[in-house]
Write a protein of this length. Sequence first.
Length: 466
Amino acid sequence: MDTDVLIVGAGPTGLTLAGDLARAGIGHMLLERRSGEPNTTRAFAVHARTLEQLDMRGVADELVATGQQLPGIRLFGKTMVSLAGVPSRFPYVLITPQYETERVLAGRGVRVTSGAAVTSVDQDDDGVTATLDDGRTLRARYLVGCDGVHSVVRRAIGLSYPGRSVLRSIMLADVRLREKPAETLTVSSAVGAMAFIAPFGDGWYRVFSWNSDERPVSEPVELAEIRATVRQACGTDFGLHDPRWMSRFHSDERQAPHYRVGRVFLAGDAAHCHSPAGGQGMNTGIQDAANLGWKLAAAVRGHDGLLDSYETERHPIGRTAVKSSGALVRSGIARSAPQRALRLAAVRIPLSVPAIRRKGALMISGVGISYGNGVDRVPDVPLPDGRRLYEALRDGRFALLGQPALDIGAWSERVTPTDASSAGDRIILVRPDGYAAWSGAPADTAGLLTALRHWCGAPAGKPVAS
C-alpha cells in the first residue's frame, strides 16, 4: 500500500476529509488534477451546521472573520426565511467566497498533490489501485471520489448519475459594480430571468444570471447579455462593468444510486449535485466528509463495521438537498406571469405558517438534520472544565456526556469523558461529527457497553467485535 486512503479532488469536500484523516493520524494522499488554474468558485453561503462542523475542527471563527453574516435568506420575491431563531452559535448564513473556506480547511495541515489526474480506478478484496494520466499507479486500502459532477471515480466504479438539467446555460461573471446592491446577497427574478449577486469582499462581485434564451454552454458570454438579464431580473444592472472572467454552465439535479461500492466511496458533487438555490452544494459535501472521515479512520484501525452507515445516513440527506433546492429554483423561474405567480405563492403561503417557517430554517441551516433512530445533532453544551462540547470534539474522538455507572477506561483512547450533565440526566455518547451515537439512563450499563462496542470498537487489548 502507498497509503491508507486516496482522496481524489481537493475542493472543500476533499480538503475536509483529508484534514480529518490527518487529525486521526491516518495515512492519506489528496490528489488534485488542476495545477495552478484560476479559482472559479461558485459557492458563497456557509450554513450554521457546516460552521458547527468547522467549529469542531477549530477553524470556524477564522472563517467567520472573512465574511458577512446574514440573519436570513431572501428567496425569490419577498419571501424571507429568518435564521435568527436557529439554536446554534451561528444563527445566520455566512457569505464568503469558497476560496476562503478552502483556505481555512487547507490550513489544517493538509497537503495536496497537484497535477495528479486520475484516469482509472480498480479494486480487489484487499485494496484500490488508481492510475494517473502519467502512467503512475497508487494503491490504498480505500479511495474516496470527491472529484465533482464529472467524477472519473464514479464512472470507473460503474455508477450512473441519473437526473436532469434544471437550469441550462447559467451565465457566470466576476465583475465590478458602480451601484452597491441594497442587500449583501441579491437574489431576484422576473418572468424569464433570474439573477444572483454575491460579494467577494474586495470590490469584486460574482454574478449568476439566467434567462429563457438558453444558449449552448460552448457559446461565449457577452457582457451585454449579462447586463440585460440582471436588469430584467432586478430592475437595474447595478452599473455592471469590467468583467475579469465570464462563462456558462448547466445546473443539474443528479444523485448517484450508491455512495459506496466496495472500498470506493463518493462524496460531495461526485455523489449529488443540485441547483444553487439555498446554497446547499458545498455545505452538503463538507458534511458528507465530516460523516465519512472518522468512520474511515476506524476502518483503517480494524473496526470497519461502520462504513455502510455512511451511505445509509448521507444518501437521504443528499436526496433532500436535490429536491428542496430544485423546488426553490423552480419557484423563481417562470416563462409566464401566471406561472410565476403560482410558483411564488406555492413557496410564500406555506412559509407564512410559523411552524413551517421554523422547519424551513432548520432545514436550510442544516441544524435540523437527523439520521434517525436517535442519531440526532447534539447541541454545543458547556462543559464543567469551561470548554464547549464542540471544542472537546476537536481531537476527533467520541465524547461522553454525563456520569455513567460503567467504567469506560478501556475506551479511553477513543472516548473523552466530560462529566457534563445532559437533559434528563441521561448519558449521551457523542460521535466525532457531533451526532448522538447512543443515549440512555446512567444505570443502563448494558446499553452503553453495547453502544461502545458498536461505535468505538472492542475495548483496548481485545479483538474488534464483528
